[in-house]
Design a protein. Structure first.
Length: 135
């Protein structure tokens, strides 16, 4: 796995990874907010990592659902380097009659065993989660 990150202008960069481009920038000063903030992409990576795990695990459990959204919110330290200190992950499932015990098990397996991003971020941050089922 590798990525190339190239400065484009101001505080903006283009990341090329696995055949895809992602743009990063910061607001204010020289930044024009023309892309996502780098740390926001880390949170998106956590959401994507755990989301893929949960979908795969529920598929193996034969639990059908209509949708899944993963909301990730973080708090960071006040001094530099500003690292994430708390992260909350909300799993919003859509579907009828979803078995909560299986949803909980899938989330637990992702967080404790499979999601490498969660394992890395867990070195500096307390990660909590919740499950919401939206009929």
């Amino acid at each position: 796995m590798d990525a190339t990150v190239t400065w484009t202008s101001g505080m903006a960069f283009q990341a090329d990874l696995e055949g895809h481009s992602v743009f990063m920038d910061v607001p204010g000063a020289d930044g024009r907010a023309e892309g996502a903030r780098p740390k926001a992409l880390v949170l998106a990576g956590l959401g994507g990592c755990t989301g893929v795990d949960v979908v795969s695990i529920l598929d193996k459990m034969r639990v059908p659902f209509e949708g899944l959204a993963v909301d990730v919110r973080a708090e960071e330290s006040t001094s530099h380097p500003k690292v994430f200190t708390r992260i909350h992950v909300r799993y919003r499932f859509k579907g009828a009659d979803l078995p909560l015990d299986k949803l909980q098990r899938a989330v637990q397996l992702s967080q404790e065993k499979y999601c490498g991003v969660s394992a890395m971020l867990g070195k500096t941050a307390t990660i909590t989660s919740e499950i919401v089922v939206e009929g």
